[in-house]
Design a binder for this molecule. Structure first.
Ligand SMILES: Nc1nc2c(c(=O)[nH]1)N[C@H]1C(S)=C(S)[C@@H](COP(=O)(O)O)O[C@H]1N2
Ligand SMILES: [Mo]
Length: 293
């Protein structure tokens, strides 16, 4: 679910909410299955999205990022473009993304820990940025790296993870129109605990693929290393496609808990590819997704 936005009509959250109500009201005459689908994409509240986070650079607790991420300075912010690209370099973020169409994308989000949310992101397709930097024909993967700044990130002053956090996608996954670089949510600049100023969003994969606070994007010929695969390869694969038929070794992935109260609280069945199978299943035709989990 997307619609066009421009930088100038990014609205304060209050206005956004009333506009949402108008849209919901306009849909009141729809047939039932479509209403059910709209309800499924009823976004979580701003408070839920910004107070229940995984951002281990700021601690292991779900509320640690909200408490600690304020210390991260995000201005200036530059992103290094490296590897198999036509225009490598160190870019100021604003220069790198200027002119990319900033749209709203209301996506389901599924963490490997079997909880989920619906989040209204502002962002643009990663493919737009990849075309701008010029992908060389020999490139097959995209590697991403998070900020490494232990003086502002208390989690990086501890062991456990080999910092900085890194992630990667196959080039066709990175080029898919659902794959976003997100710079905001609910019409506001990206909150620090959600990965300011720019983060990846890959809605058909477990949340850990959606790397936050990106400082480097490299195009590579080899499959890049990823933080979770390196930490626990038997539990976290490179692909990490949401798959209710492949359980995590320590828990079931068949269902999920929608964060937040209200009408749709409680456990829901997890959908293959997190509900995006129609759009993305063809990327994996011929692959055994039990082996490539
Ligand atoms: N740099 C970095 N990116 C990260 C993480 C992290 O710890 N560090 N956690 C991942 C995990 S496990 C999840 S579920 C999502 C959570 O995103 P959210 O807090 O915006 O919901 O961020 C992902 N991106
Ligand atoms: Mo996660």
């Amino acid at each position: 679910m997307s619609r066009k936005l421009s930088w100038s009509d990014v609205t304060p959250r209050g206005l956004w909410l009333s506009r949402r109500k108008l849209i919901a009201g306009a849909g009141a005459g729809l047939a039932l299955p479509r209403l059910a689908r709209a309800a499924d994409l009823q976004p979580n509240s701003f408070e839920e999205i910004t107070n229940y986070n995984n951002f281990y650079e700021f601690g292991w607790g779900k509320e640690d990022p909200a408490s600690n991420a304020g210390a991260m300075t995000i201005d200036p912010w530059s992103v290094e473009i490296a590897g198999l690209v036509e225009r490598p370099g160190q870019y100021d973020l604003a220069d790198l993304i200027r002119g990319q169409p900033l749209d709203e994308h209301i996506y389901r989000f599924r963490c490997v820990e079997a909880w989920s949310m619906v989040i209204p992101w502002q962002g643009f397709a990663l493919s737009g940025l990849l075309s701008r930097i010029g992908v060389q024909p020999s490139a097959k993967y995209v590697a991403f790296q998070t900020l490494y700044r232990p003086e502002e990130m208390p989690g990086q002053r501890q062991g456990g993870i080999d910092w900085p956090y890194v992630e990667g996608l196959r080039l066709d996954e990175a080029m898919h129109p659902l794959t976003l670089l997100a710079t905001g949510l609910y019409g506001e600049p990206m909150p620090k605990q959600n990965g300011a100023p720019v983060r990846l969003v890959v809605p058909w994969k477990y949340g850990f693929k959606s790397i936050k606070s990106i400082v480097k994007i490299s195009l590579t010929a080899e499959q890049p290393r990823t933080t979770w695969q390196e930490l626990q390869p038997s539990e976290y694969g490179f692909y990490a496609n949401v798959n209710p038929e492949v359980d995590h070794p320590r828990w079931s992935q068949a269902s999920e808990r929608r964060i937040g109260g209200g009408l749709f609280a409680g456990r829901e069945p997890t959908l293959p590819f997190n509900g995006y199978a129609d759009q993305v299943a063809s990327l994996y035709s011929g692959m055994d997704l039990r082996v490539n989990y």
